[in-house]
Design a protein around this ligand. Sequence first.
Ligand code: ADP
Ligand code: MG
Length: 220
Amino acid sequence: MRLGRTLNSLEATESVARALAPLLRAGDVIALEGDLGSGKTTFVRAVAGALGIEIGLVSSPTYVIANQYPNRRGPRLAHVDCYRLSGPEELDSIGWDLLTDGTWIVAIEWPERVGGVGGGAIPLEPLRVRLEHGPARGGAESRLLTIEVPGEWLVRPEFPALVRAMRAETRCPITGVPVAPDAPTYPFASEQARMADLNKWFTGGHAISRPIDADDLAGD
Ligand code: ADP
Ligand code: MG
């Protein structure tokens, strides 16, 4: 299943990472695609933080191809950056076999450098994360995030929270204030605003634009 949303801030990226982390299991692979600077490493670090991993304590990833993070609270995380690799055969040198033994969550940047998704080394259906630069608004950078969720993940109990986190940021139609995608009263700013909207329906403030006919009431 494909989900997409605009990320208007680092906080928005972190809120999606917070919703994704509880969905992850040992053995899962996350393939991250997107240009340099699109936010792949930022996203993985936010996922690590949400998993309870203190990434600040671990070496800088700049020239390290695979970082391994133990995790006292859940599955351990391997963060692999294939930017400097030039083919799947080079995965041997970073211990890929060990990282795919089912005991790690593996996040892999630049999967296209090692054959890409479906290219042999990476499982056929990883979680695919694509980040693209979006339009800059008022000096702030934005990103377009697309997540393709493997079919077998859809039954995991934490999946609906990811769907909620991937809803668009919006403004409350009643109060006009911004509403976060995971707000319990989304798309309204508060329960009060939700009731005000409902009241508009009862008092004729909202109306349907044409008469209802039999087709509207049929199941599909
Ligand atoms: P990549 O790993 O894709 O090369 P990085 O995560 O290293 O990219 O860098 C992304 C840069 O973009 C960081 O400096 C980050 O602060 C910035 N940035 C700005 N807005 C966002 C956003 N909404 N999500 C992620 N990164 C963002
Ligand atoms: Mg990176």
